[in-house]
Ligand binder design. Structure first.
Ligand SMILES: [Zn+2]
Length: 205
């Protein structure tokens, strides 16, 4: 499957999910047995740990279809980049998507942190350190003319930042992009509508 075909399959899967249709065969015993000898996922998904954003549901995909990397705030931590590299280099996955979402608690915490300049909770700092620079920049430049709320602007800019990191800070991924073996795309999921908005051009302004 090439990158565009994989993207189209995820778009179609999300259309089904948003309409309330889920394929009940995606976790079948037959499929489980088929997969014991290996995997060939069609997409790597970097997404938030939020319980309301499980990639297999959101894209109506089943066992063996998605290589999912979940971390609060879908941040660009080194282990996230390394996992994405593994998907490209070892599994030849043609599509790499970073999915942010509405009402993201990690983004809300980062905005609160920027507004109050308060000390973060120690462990949470490892997450906030990645989002706070994006939140600080968005907060400083935000105006009421922006297309999205401040919160959604940060959610989208955080995604775009992670996309940029994946594209530029991994030689493995950069080479695969050059060879048109992988497409890296940002996206934003709405809890309210169930729809994933794939970014074309500028994501957040
Ligand atoms: Zn979240």
């Amino acid at each position: 499957m090439n990158p565009k075909e994989a993207l189209e399959r995820l778009r179609e899967g999300n259309r089904q999910f948003a309409a309330g249709v889920l394929d009940s065969q995606l976790g079948s015993l037959v499929r489980r047995e088929e997969l014991t000898s290996g995997q060939a996922p069609i997409a790597t998904i970097v997404s938030c740990s939020d319980s309301r954003v499980p990639s297999e549901f959101v894209f109506n995909q089943g066992l063996g279809d998605l290589f999912v990397i979940r971390v609060a705030g879908n941040v660009d931590a080194p282990a996230v980049v390394a996992s994405a590299e593994f998907g490209v280099a070892n599994l030849n996955i043609p599509l790499l998507i970073v999915v942010g979402h509405s009402n993201c608690g990690a983004v809300q915490a980062a905005i609160a942190h920027v507004k109050s300049d308060a000390e973060g909770v120690q462990n949470l700092a490892a997450i906030l350190d990645h989002i706070a620079p994006v939140a600080r920049d968005a907060y400083a430049t935000y105006s009421s003319k922006n297309k999205y709320s401040l919160e959604e602007t940060v959610e989208r800019k955080n995604v775009q930042n992670v996309v940029n990191v994946l594209k530029t800070q991994s030689e493995v991924i950069a080479a695969a992009i050059q060879n048109q073996d992988v497409l890296v795309v940002g996206a934003h999921y709405s809890l309210e509508t169930g729809v994933v908005d794939f970014f074309d051009g500028d994501a957040a302004d």
